[in-house]
Ligand binder design. Structure first.
Ligand code: CU
Length: 371
């Protein structure tokens, strides 16, 4: 089957009031007619992003499916890009042909004459957009897309999976090695800490992927644990690609949230006023970050760790120089239950002697978690 390349821009489409349709030049007799105008054609949105990236770096379609690909150049570093969809396995050949255009390249939108090109956009300036209507080839395969602007093609590419099962993102040879990292922070590394503006927390948050499957949001502004969720870590791609105003995506609902505005530590007596916390930084260790802060005058080290075979998380506190008893407010809720390695519980408040406070582990388990 052959496919004709189209070259359309959104502006052209808007003024002409039509969309380009790409269909096999010689449609086999068995080919279905084009989708009726009343049938909704699926739209796939694709953005060009800072760092020579397509977002998403891959997507799925059914062989023979009619698609509208809406492409937008969202690159904030003033680079121009194009989008070129290719036959399987031809990315490097087409990049080489595009480079060979040399000084003729710009006039041709860096598109070489090649039967390996299925469809393409023109070169898009920042904020430029294009809309391409295409019929995905009937033959299942991995169809690469690439930007053929000189110097971009070896990094800036992705893949349309037509009727082929997607491999895990971090093991996909058809997308750039950086693509997995730009989607899930840390690219699956655990433990892993990411300072980032988090939902429900604020700009000074630190998202932590614990070894295993637990994750927490630790608020360095308030120096306390804010919430925990089990499953994948944050997807920060939109945050990094945009201007930082788009919050990262927490993929599953938190199974626990800290009480609102309640710093948990008290010194001297259980109903002393809450000390003012001040974040002093964190140390990256092989078992994850150890946060260091002052609560009033008292220095505290805090680390969130997996709850060793139990469904939840644990908080290890080290307060090396407590001058008197230390109290930790940790009330159970309908699904979650606190326990501790040392100390005495009294109505949701843990009492520790200065010696116990030097090293205590509080464990939070939940009926909503799996070990
Ligand atoms: Cu490019």
């Amino acid at each position: 089957m052959r496919f004709l390349p189209v070259l359309v821009s959104l502006a052209t489409l808007a003024s002409a009031g039509l969309t380009a349709q790409v269909a096999p030049a010689a449609a086999p007799e068995t080919a279905k007619p084009a989708a009726p105008a009343t049938q909704k054609i699926r739209t796939v949105k694709l953005k060009m992003r800072d760092g020579l990236r397509f977002e998403p770096p891959r997507f799925e379609a059914k062989p023979g499916e009619a698609l509208v690909i809406e492409i937008e150049n969202g690159d904030t570093t003033d680079l121009t890009h194009n989008f070129v969809l290719l036959r399987p396995g031809t990315r490097e050949t087409v990049i080489t042909s595009a480079l060979a255009l040399a000084e003729k390249g710009p006039a041709q939108e860096f598109i070489p004459a090649s039967s390996d090109i299925l469809v393409h956009s023109q070169v898009l300036a920042p904020d430029g957009a294009a809309k391409i209507t295409l019929t995905v080839p009937g033959e299942p395969g991995i169809y690469p897309y690439v930007c053929t602007f000189p110097g971009h093609g070896m990094i800036m590419y992705g893949a349309l999976y037509a009727g082929v099962t997607l491999p895990p993102l971090d093991k996909d040879p058809n997308i750039p090695p950086t693509a997995a990292q730009t989607t899930v922070a840390g690219a699956g590394k655990r433990p892993f800490a990411q300072r980032i503006f988090m939902p429900e927390a604020g700009p000074a948050a630190i998202a932590v992927a614990l070894a295993g499957s637990q994750n927490v949001c630790w608020d360095a502004g308030q120096c306390r644990l804010r919430y925990a969720w089990q499953g994948g870590f944050i997807d920060a791609s939109a945050n990094w690609a945009g201007n930082g105003l788009v919050l990262p995506v927490v993929p599953t609902k938190p199974w626990w949230r800290a009480p609102k505005d309640d710093f948990p530590l008290r010194f001297g007596s259980a109903d002393a006023a809450a000390p003012t916390p001040k974040f002093l930084g964190y140390a990256a260790t092989p078992s994850g970050p150890i946060f260091r802060y002052r609560a009033g005058e008292t220095e505290v080290f805090e680390q969130v760790i997996p709850a060793a075979g139990r469904p939840g998380i644990a908080v290890r506190l080290q307060i090396p120089r407590a001058k008197g008893p230390v109290f930790y407010r940790a009330a159970n809720d309908e699904n979650s239950k606190w326990s501790s390695s040392v100390g005495t519980w009294n109505g949701g408040v843990l009492t520790l002697t200065p010696a116990q406070a030097a090293d205590v582990t509080l464990t939070l388990t939940s009926a909503l978690c799996t070990p």
